[in-house]
Design a binder for this molecule. Structure first.
Ligand code: APR
Ligand code: PHB
Length: 397
């Protein structure tokens, strides 16, 4: 699909939507806008190789898979991704499977964010300027906003636009250009995450509560496993030997319980991920629209980060296409409220999963957590609540 032409102006370039950030939110937005006949330019501070190499989460809600498939990004996902019916919830002596299909008729797919990024780049529908610097937003309250930046050769550039989309994550400049109310919750623990060249020891994800801390068994492919351990904030990944990691995973995931075995293997990547919940409202200020991590951060326990970014840009692209092609601002005017409804639902679910599954040193809390786990695995109402949120609600609900 051809990318729409750029308009060179005496004092810079002009496009319809200036997108800041070429992560999944920015690239998918450019893809959806191009399909809708709206012109955009993407400015990214990192190199294409760096952006493509970042290891991130790997679970797609059904609504994300349906959206990606509907815009021509489903072929490799459906060929190489793995459709899961549900997850396992585990605590010492107990492991229960929650079948999302039986409970909600919906599934989830295991397909790494890195793969989604690769498919977006391969689609060739985004005009991305990589390795830019000093990106600054101007006149976002006016109908002639513009962005200034240094291109990779160090030349000062100016990009005029009708709208700016801030898809620059939690450390980019866009979020600070929106006078906003912010809501934040931090957590007294982090995740030690590993990638390992070993076949997963489970057919679907295992979320484990254990007195020693949370553990998660996920995967990337039939030969690559992705696993996580709850560790104290500030943990140095190098302070955990591979043997100690596998021993702790075996303990928390219930190795030997009902004959189940965790098979260790060579660890190829080790990192520590701090976690927090963060929301800023509104997600629009004048002709600046925020999407993805630029507006909200969720702890990874609910597997919502990427899915929220996809939902945001699905709503935002529809709003901008309607504004530029049908001259209607109805969707643009309701974008922030509609997106925030899903943001808070996912923020609550991610907080709920996180506080239900991560252990501290309060015995009363531990009993509350176990009671909640017993409830969501024995009550159809409880299980359906979890399944509905995990498998994902329709975009724009
Ligand atoms: N100028 C240009 N680009 C920038 C700037 C800047 N000043 N600051 C940051 N960026 C780029 C980053 O380099 C990154 O490539 O913005 C991009 C933001 O991408 P992400 O952080 O991946 O955020 P998003 O696209 O919203 O995707 C959210 O990513 O972090 C995961 O769990 C999260 O899955 C969720 C998804
Ligand atoms: C992952 O596969 O990396 C993953 C899966 C589920 C989560 C978080 C991370 O909740």
């Amino acid at each position: 699909m051809p990318v729409a032409p750029r308009y060179e102006l005496a004092d810079g370039m002009r496009t319809q939507v200036a997108i800041i950030g070429a992560g999944p939110a920015g690239l998918l937005l450019a893809h959806l806008l191009t399909r809708g006949g709206v012109d955009s330019v993407v400015l990214e501070t990192r190199s294409q190789e760096y952006v493509a190499s970042r290891i991130r989460a790997g679970i797609l809600e059904q609504s994300s898979v349906d959206l990606l498939t509907s815009v021509g990004l489903g072929d490799r996902l459906r060929a190489e991704g793995h459709e899961h019916r549900g997850i396992y919830l585990q605590w010492p002596g107990s492991r229960h499977h929650l079948d999302f299909v039986d409970l909600t008729g919906r599934t989830v797919w295991v397909y790494g964010q890195t793969e989604v990024q690769k498919d977006l780049v391969a689609a060739g529908t985004a005009d991305v300027r990589y390795e830019v610097a000093e990106v600054a937003l101007h006149d976002v309250e006016t109908d002639r906003p513009y962005v200034t930046y240094l291109d990779r050769e160090g030349n000062q550039q100016r990009l005029a636009a009708d709208a700016i989309a801030g898809c620059d994550g939690s450390f980019g400049p866009s979020r600070n250009a929106v006078p906003a109310e912010t809501f934040e919750r931090t957590y007294p623990y982090s995740w030690l995450g590993i990638l390992a060249d070993v076949a997963p020891s489970t057919d679907e994800l295992i979320y484990a509560w254990h007195p020693s801390g949370f553990a998660l068994h996920s995967m990337r492919s039939p030969t690559v496993s992705r696993l996580y351990l709850q560790v104290p904030n500030g943990t140095d990944p190098a302070s955990w030997s591979d043997d100690r990691i596998w021993a702790e995973l075996a303990l928390r995931l219930g190795h030997g319980q009902d004959g189940w075995k965790l098979t260790p293997g060579p660890i190829t990547d080790k990192s520590v991920l701090p976690m927090r919940s963060y929301v800023q409202t509104p997600m629009r200020h004048g002709n600046l629209f925020l999407a993805g991590d630029a507006a909200h951060i969720v702890p990874p326990t609910g597997a919502k980060g990427l899915n929220l970014a996809i939902a945001d840009v699905t709503l935002l692209s529809a709003a901008l296409i309607s504004q530029f092609r049908e001259k209607s601002s109805v969707l643009a005017d309701s974008y922030s409220d509609t997106a925030l409804r899903r943001v808070w639902r996912c923020t609550h679910f991610s907080w709920w999963m996180t506080t239900m599954l991560h252990t501290g040193d309060d015995p009363f809390d531990a009993q509350l957590q176990l009671s909640q786990l017993r409830w969501v695995t024995s009550s159809s109402a409880g299980a359906t609540g979890l399944a509905e949120n995990y498998a994902g609600l329709p975009i724009g609900f």
